[in-house]
Ligand binder design. Structure first.
Ligand SMILES: *Cc1c(COP(=O)(O)O)cnc(C)c1O
Length: 391
């Protein structure tokens, strides 16, 4: 039995970024305000260079990636960055690199084929019983591997043009839809009043059983998860939230408190993470992330193979790597900690599970399985007793 490494939820507010600049109003009142955090996002090369020692690949990336996906990092998230290490897992997610400007023929601007599955602009209806509703094109900060970078952040030519009334009418007139997933962009960037208006309208549709919100705001901007927001959200149960954390360092004490407020409001939470080269592509990093998530009352939901978005080759891993990570988790940690590894079928196949193969042999009358330790087990595969002629 190996020792369990200590789990810590460090506070990073305020860190070196706000302390080093006396011209910033870095009072804790400002720091704890989400509007201050948004207003003071790091968006330029000059601001980055003031605080970080950039590599050539990063400097060129910042200069050349600007018309594809904007760069923006909240001070809270920026403070998690290692100043001197270009391999820092937070840096790799947030700071463009020159490799982003290279595209492979297999890569796409719309890797999940969303635009061709929109009955109404802004509403992706791929599965029979649920829809993805794109309610904004803005986020608190921008992930370099964003699958929706063709419209997100507002700098590329294509714009998200959600047709609100047509979308509500489609939802109201399609009784097969029982589950609406709000995403974008990040829906928690809306004011409480605007978000409530949206939830109220959806809540009034009888065949919609529950709503889910996909958001990275608890990670990028935990200050946004105010008691007032939680009070509002809890009026619209059943309501689920899917957060997006990729590395254990993202789960700071501020984030843990924000997630605690959402959990106390009775909101079940899942985490969707993306398997990223140099960020979270090892069993050790994944285990620490998954255990910290559970300690924050968040159940790991999906681990995505990185979509084939243009310019993401440097962030993608092999599929074998993903499978071996899941193998390194199953049996070795709580089942609750293990996300489902999926590939979102390129061109619009939906999420397809990928699993390690535990079936050694499955023939007439028996299955031979291997367990997490490699031991083999034999299970007779008989027909039900109620059908005796086939026994
Ligand atoms: C991910 C996704 C959903 C939700 O999928 P679940 O597996 O139910 O979480 C629904 N619609 C679209 C278009 C999606 O991409």
């Amino acid at each position: 039995m190996s020792d369990i490494p200590p789990i810590t939820f460090q506070s990073h507010a305020p860190g070196y970024w706000s302390n080093e600049d006396p011209t910033r109003e870095n009072s804790s009142e400002n720091w704890n305000s989400h509007t201050w955090q948004l207003k003071n996002r790091i968006t330029s090369l000059a601001a980055l260079e003031k605080y970080l020692n950039l590599s050539e690949e990063e400097r060129a990336g910042v200069l050349l990636s600007g018309n594809k996906l904007a760069m923006a990092i909240t001070p809270h998230f920026f403070n998690l960055i290692d100043k001197d290490d270009p391999g820092c897992p937070i840096r790799r997610q947030m700071i463009p690199r020159i490799e982003e400007t290279l595209t492979d023929p297999s890569e796409m601007s719309d890797p999940c084929g969303e635009d061709s599955h929109m009955p109404v602009p802004g509403l992706v209806h791929r599965y029979p019983d649920r829809v993805l509703f794109l309610v904004t094109d803005r986020c608190a900060a921008y992930c370099r591997y964003c699958t929706r970078s063709r419209v997100v952040s507002g700098v590329s030519d294509q714009k998200l043009e959600t047709q609100w009334e047509a979308a509500f009418e489609y939802l109201e007139n399609t009784p097969a839809i029982r589950d609406v997933l709000l995403s974008g962009g990040d829906p928690l960037l809306f004011s409480d009043a605007r978000l409530e208006k949206l939830l109220k309208r959806l809540h009034a549709i009888p065949h919609i059983q529950y709503v889910r919100i996909g958001t990275r705001i608890p990670i990028f901007l935990p200050q946004r998860i105010t008691p007032e927001l939680c009070e509002m959200l809890k009026k619209y149960h059943p309501l689920f939230i899917s957060i997006h954390a990729n590395h254990p360092r993202e789960l700071t004490s501020e984030v843990k408190d924000a997630l605690g407020r959402l959990a106390d409001a009775g909101i079940p939470m899942g985490n969707q993470s993306v398997l990223l080269n140099g960020v979270n592509d090892s069993v050790e990093v994944q285990k620490e992330l998954l255990h910290k998530l559970l300690m924050c009352r968040v159940r790991p939901y999906y681990l995505y193979q990185c979509d084939l978005i243009e310019g993401s080759a440097h962030l993608r891993t092999s599929i074998d790597k993903g499978i071996s990570i899941i193998e390194g988790l199953r049996g070795h940690t709580s089942g609750y900690a293990i996300p489902q590894y999926v590939i979102d079928g390129p061109g619009g196949g939906g999420k397809i599970p990928i699993n390690p193969d535990y079936v050694v042999k499955h023939e007439d009358g028996a299955i031979t399985l291997r367990n997490y330790e490699g031991k083999q087990f034999y299970y007779p595969d008989q027909s039900p007793v109620s059908n005796p002629t086939k026994r």
